[in-house]
Design a protein around this ligand. Structure first.
Ligand SMILES: [Ca+2]
Length: 416
């Protein structure tokens, strides 16, 4: 006779599953023998980001979740230039280490600094996206540096909160190392019997290059994408905003991350098994401005100044998102696109509705001249879903919104 039972053993760094196996009573009265497996349990993430204010909140949600191991963070262009992104990621990781002193910084890597298509680069440059100008001084939705234009605010806040911040974490400059590290992490997680969940909350350029370098990668990971837009999955809502957020770039039928690199989006969505948190879903689930205040506990925010008794990350996020909040105020909505994608990747039970199919992105710009003439709406970058119950792509159509927002609030209030 024998039977198994598994208990959890927690060390400083990981929770381990230890399996005890009952092998029966022998002459020495040995009742059981320990051991058989000892492997880290929980959720294994890799985050590919163009941080970005909403990326910052997404990173905070992941890095304050004790059940999550973040095996790496790759930095790409999008909301701001790649070089600004890596600074924003390092600052966010360091801020999380402030409230989790035992947290080792995940390895941080440089990914790609621009998309695949010259046509697209020229097109977006004429719209003056910050990354296409190659500088971080262009005012954008996320602020001059992509993180609200409040450099060093975490240091002021940490002192006031009685926290000590470690040095900024290091990062790896060689992009090929990034893809090798991703592949190594995916292989190691697979050997534990788990699957690495890669959350892409920026353009899919890195995922395209990673699969080129390691063709077996799509068989090793599950990709969570914040991108695309499928308003047709929400026929009860006819708001034009569901179509996309790139109207000012003559691309009203697409979402920003997808629009940054339609070619890489098309290839990645066809290669990887994926779950998509699309623009239409996030546009239907924003924070109201009151919801934004509630996320921060309604504390009396004073720019550049710490408020007594308010959690450090709450104050950090309130400061870095102030610029974006001001941009959002006229619309009465504050979007939480990237945080929703990371929350879904960490907890599949948050998904209350989805449609499965094959997803692709229109990469044709035939006949379009630059600059795009006024009144012309490009279909370039438009995402298309072919519904198929056996498809490799799951598009999320409904989430447990209240739990999502509460989880984000708890992350901002994290303390040990
Ligand atoms: Ca992003």
């Amino acid at each position: 006779m024998h039977c198994n039972s598994t208990v959890l053993v927690t060390t400083n760094d990981h929770t381990y599953g230890v399996t005890f196996v009952w092998i029966g009573q022998n002459q020495c009265d040995t009742l059981f023998t320990l051991c058989l497996t000892m492997c880290p349990m929980g959720i294994h993430l890799w985050i590919d980001t163009d941080a970005g204010v909403d990326d910052c909140l997404a990173l905070i949600a992941a890095l304050t979740n004790p059940s999550v191991t973040v095996h790496g963070i790759s930095c790409t262009y999008g909301n701001i230039s790649r070089d600004a992104v890596v600074t924003n990621v390092r600052r966010t990781v360091r801020a999380c280490q402030g409230v989790r002193p035992g947290l080792d910084a995940p390895p941080i890597y440089l990914g790609e600094s621009r998309g695949l298509s010259d046509f697209n680069a020229q097109h977006l440059k004429k719209g003056l996206t910050p990354w296409s100008t190659g500088s971080a001084d262009h005012d954008c939705w996320h602020g001059t540096d992509g993180l609200g234009g409040v450099p060093g605010i975490e240091e002021t806040l940490a002192v006031a909160c009685g926290l000590s911040l470690p040095p900024l974490p290091a990062y790896v400059e060689d992009t090929s190392v990034c893809y090798d590290a991703l592949h190594t992490a995916a292989t190691a997680v697979r050997e534990m019997g788990e699957t690495l969940r890669v959350v892409a909350i920026g353009p899919l350029t890195d995922m395209h290059h990673a699969a080129l370098r390691h063709p077996d990668l799509p068989g090793l990971i599950h990709l969570y994408v914040m991108g695309c837009s499928f308003p047709e999955l929400h026929p009860y809502c006819t708001k034009p905003i569901l179509r996309g957020n790139m109207v000012s770039f003559n691309m009203p039928h697409t979402e920003h991350n997808t629009a940054c690199d339609p070619e890489a989006s098309a290839s990645s969505l066809s290669l990887y098994p994926c779950t998509v948190v699309d623009w239409a879903l996030t546009a239907l689930n924003p924070l109201t401005m009151g919801g934004y205040d509630a996320l921060h506990g309604h504390y009396p925010y004073t720019p550049g100044t710490a408020s007594k008794g308010v959690p450090f990350l709450t104050q950090f996020h309130r400061h870095v998102s102030e610029h974006l909040r001001g941009k959002c105020e006229p619309y009465g909505e504050f979007q939480i696109c990237d945080p929703l994608a990371v929350l879904v990747a960490m907890d599949g039970t948050l998904v209350e509705g989805s449609v499965r199919g094959e997803c692709t992105v229109n990469t044709s710009h035939e006949g379009v001249t630059l600059p795009v003439p006024k009144g012309v709406e490009m279909m370039y970058g438009r995402s298309v879903l072919q519904v198929d119950t056996q498809g490799s792509c799951e598009v999320v159509t409904k989430v447990d919104y209240d739990t999502c927002v509460q989880t984000l609030k708890s992350a901002l209030e994290y303390r040990e």
